[in-house]
Design a protein around this ligand. Structure first.
Ligand code: GRF
Length: 195
């Protein structure tokens, strides 16, 4: 697939950016990471983007006070100006409003550290251990108005080991995330028509 037909993807980050790194490193034919936006000026993901020669933008949610839609309109305008076709959330820690979710419906995906529909929300690893689950994992899904719901695009699972802590589990799930996210994004990019 030529550069002209690769889908232009923006990754939205808030922190360390290890999933962004995995999306960049995977070198899939069907997509390119053309832009990274962070809502936090200190996010590690910004450095990762710059290191890969990808434009890194800061849209600081704090500049918009309680007006979440105004924050999103700034991001939306930046995405459209750059002809972005798919938005991949990669550790983006803001809940999106119906404005943004409907603007990018079917083209907005997320990775979540649990086997959805089980354990939406935060602190998944500790909650999975507290519930004595035997299996855990991660999910890539389309984003809809309800948090961590939406069509599941892929899942990867692992067995919980005796002695696992939230930290050991998080580390093993993160490795699975890095393997799962690029092919899921690549499949979506192949399936979608250009925007
Ligand atoms: C990952 O565990 C992801 O599943 C969750 O936030 C974390 C982001 O990590 N949504 P990173 O910034 O990609 O390293």
């Amino acid at each position: 697939m030529s550069a002209a037909t690769r889908k232009r993807v923006a990754a939205l980050v808030s922190g360390r950016g290890s999933n962004l790194q995995a999306l960049l490193a995977a070198k899939q034919d069907s997509y390119e990471i053309a832009l990274v936006i962070s809502n936090r000026p200190d996010a590690g993901g910004l450095e990762i983007a710059r290191g890969a020669g990808v434009e890194a933008l800061i849209v600081d949610h704090k500049d918009y006070g309680k007006d979440r839609e105004a924050f999103e309109r700034t991001m939306d305008a930046a995405l459209r100006e750059r002809n972005i076709e798919i938005v991949a959330l990669a550790g983006f820690m803001r809940v999106l409003t119906p404005f943004f979710v409907s603007a990018w419906a079917g083209r907005l995906l997320n990775i979540h550290p649990s086997l959805l529909p089980k354990y939406p929300g935060v602190d998944t690893h500790a909650r999975v251990l507290a519930a004595n689950e035997s299996m855990h994992g991660c999910t890539v899904h389309l984003v809809v108005d309800k948090v961590d719901a939406g069509e599941i695009l892929g899942q990867a699972r692992l067995a919980i080991l005796p002695g696992d802590t939230p930290e050991t589990l998080a580390a093993r799930v993160l490795e699975l995330e890095h393997a799962l996210y690029p092919p899921c994004l690549a499949r979506l990019a192949l399936a979608l028509s250009p925007r």
